[in-house]
Ligand binder design. Structure first.
Ligand code: G6P
Length: 608
């Protein structure tokens, strides 16, 4: 987490830094700071709270002269959010300024050594050791000092560094935390993520682990840890710049929910050729697909929930056993991986620390890995054996919506493809599944158009204390995501339960008026879910049911019903999630929550 920017060029740096940080606030937003060289000194401004506090303090950067600087928006790990703990951190007399994303794991040891040598620490952060250690090693050559520091520190980092003695230079380096370099017409930039530089350039370099970038106004040079210059190719970013703007919507989350029909089309259409699924990037022969012994789906958060859905789809359609793991568990549980296993790593950002570590764990065991990733050129995209992109474009709201939908589509496509190759579905069945997939975008549009009804319903629940989500099979997977969406943005306690499991404890929490959202889209399980609805309703629950068109019988059991257009039972998640996203959104808006930036969360979790 945390967002880093840096700029060196012809224009005033501070407004550009603040603008870039604004695009990165999704990475952390408990405090922010910038350091700018004003011609004589490195000047610092830091502020606790959202970026707007810092913007107000500096009149949108106008009060900070200078054309080279670095900036940071923080998600606290070491030390509470405060002005002192905010970045940049500096060596004595502001000789060296540093912004950091990641964790320096051996910082206590380094701190002790530096304290013994007389260095004084002002903050509680791990980052401050970098500033002092740089000072300790600095003998006039910044590159040499940086390399010595990198040999000394352990952990993950993306760093932006300025030296007062070299005001016409900015340095950047990374290990296991993202960092890009942008080559602009009127200056060069560093940033944690592409949206921060898109306004100034589309020419971007992805820095690899332990590569160091040196930026001046006109040039960008890269070095390895042996101080040797290395050649790198830039990549042209195709993203539409408006994709990272709100475009008239009240929140990014609402805009991104409305982008879901397009996202589904964009993820689907490039893989459909003459009515057949063609996933070129998969690079697997039919024999290899036939030989798959087991699929391991590994991810975090909502991406993990898409994996829970996909388990039902892969197993049902292609008859391949699937294990779904939280990446933070998978990486440490010594998983059993065998030669013909396939590991799918699902990640919007492609930078989630646990997912990346899980990918490396799988690769080190020699199994084939496939990343399903949204951010082009991200670490998981680069390191996985193969990558299948979800073409959702930049997602800014912390709570994912459109990337989630795209991840589902990518996995449906894989499942149908595997099932066809393995002969577990007929060509006719495959054709009908594809037709259903192609209808999803229009059906999602229809559900979104119905937002008024859900908004009205949501307004009745803004004071709810607990909400439960229940379902069976794929509906259980939907419940997991529905519950997460609600709790993360509205701060209402919510839980998802497999409907059949309720009686083993959770039902004791049902009281008069408790809201239970029951998802019942699986025709073969429908009657059983109705029984579970009746069980909670008898105990006083108010039941919101989400089911398929035509299942009107449910009206006898539930208090309020949302109907979904007809699709294959494998794909109902793509439709059922829409009213649940809208419900969470309107509850959170009704409660006055900061929907796009919920407290304590960050979009890209780059620490474990
Ligand atoms: C964070 C986000 C979630 C996301 C999860 C995994 O918790 O708030 O929305 O699902 O990380 O992120 P990834 O980028 O790996 O999909």
């Amino acid at each position: 987490m945390c967002g880093i920017v840096g700029y060196i060029g012809a224009s005033q740096a501070a407004p550009i830094l603040l603008d870039g940080l604004g695009k990165l606030e999704y990475r952390g937003y408990d405090s922010a700071g910038i350091a700018v060289f004003d011609g004589e000194e490195i000047q610092l401004k830091k502020a606790t709270g959202r970026l707007k506090v810092l913007s107000e303090l500096t009149h949108d950067g106008a009060t900070m002269p200078g054309t080279a600087g670095i900036g940071h928006t923080r998600w606290a790990t070491h030390g509470s959010p405060s002005d002192t703990n905010a970045h940049p951190h500096c060596s004595k007399g502001n000789g060296i300024a540093v912004v950091h994303n990641g964790i320096i794991e051996n910082y206590l040891k380094v701190k002790k050594k530096l304290t013994n040598k007389g260095y004084e620490f002002l903050s509680e952060t791990d980052t401050e050791v970098i500033a002092h250690l740089l000072d300790y090693y600095y003998k006039g050559d910044p590159l040499e000092a940086i390399i010595k520091v990198l040999h000394r520190v352990e952990g993950s980092y993306a760093l932006g560094i300025m030296f007062k003695d070299h005001p016409d230079q900015i340095y950047a380096v990374r290990k296991d935390s993202p960092l890009i370099v942008g080559k602009g017409e009127e200056g060069n930039l560093i940033a944690s993520d592409v949206p921060a530089v898109l306004k100034y350039t589309r020419d971007v370099y992805f820095i690899q682990n332990e590569e160091i970038a040196l930026l001046t106004r006109e040039h960008i040079t890269f070095f390895n840890m042996d101080c040797e210059e290395i050649a790198k190719e830039s990549v042209t970013i195709e993203w539409d710049i408006n994709a990272a703007e709100k475009g008239g919507y009240e929140h990014f989350m609402l805009k991104e929910m409305y982008e879901q029909p397009a996202t589904v089309r964009d993820t689907l259409n490039p893989r459909l050729k003459k009515g057949k699924i063609v996933i070129e990037e998969l690079g697997m022969t039919p024999e290899e697909i036939q030989n798959i012994r087991k699929i391991h789906i590994v991810a975090c958060g909502s991406a993990y929930h898409t994996g829970v859905t996909a388990k039902y789809v892969f197993e049902g359609m292609a008859r391949i056993p699937v294990e779904v793991d939280l990446a933070s568990e998978f990486r440490y549980r010594n998983p059993i991986l065998e030669e013909w296993d396939l590991v799918l790593i699902i990640s919007q950002s492609g930078e989630t620390a646990d997912s990346l570590a899980a990918l490396r764990e799988a690769k080190s065991r020699g199994v084939k890995t496939l990343g399903i990733v949204n951010v082009v050129g991200s670490s998981i995209a680069r390191e996985a054996d193969k990558v299948m992109y979800t073409w959702a474009g930049p997602e800014i709201a912390v709570a994912t919506t459109k990337a989630y939908s795209a991840q589902l589509i990518a996995q449906y496509l894989l499942a149908i493809h595997f099932a066809q190759v393995r002969g577990t579905i007929t060509e006719k069945e495959a054709g009908s599944l594809l037709n259903d997939l192609k209808r999803l975008p229009d059906q999602i549009e229809l559900l979104l158009a119905n937002k008024g009804k859900i908004q009205k319903f949501a307004n009745r629940y803004i004071a709810a204390r607990d909400v439960f989500f229940i379902g069976r099979g794929v509906d259980y997977a939907i419940s997991l995501e529905g519950s997460l969406k609600l709790k993360e943005i509205s701060y209402i306690h919510s839980e998802a339960y497999a409907a059949g499991e309720l009686k083993h404890g959770t039902i004791s929490l049902i009281e008069e008026g408790t809201l239970v959202a029951a998802v019942a889209t699986q025709e073969d399980l429908y009657k059983k879910t109705i029984s579970n609805i009746l069980e909670v309703r008898t105990r006083g629950a108010f039941v919101l049911a989400v089911t398929n068109e035509g299942n009107t019988e449910i009206e006898k059991a539930a208090d309020y019903v949302i109907y979904l257009p007809q699709t294959s039972s494998y794909f109902t998640n793509s439709l059922a999630i829409i009213p649940l996203q809208l419900f969470s959104y309107y509850v959170a808006v009704g409660r006055g929550c900061d929907v796009d930036k919920p407290r304590n969360l960050a979009k890209s979790v780059t620490v474990e």
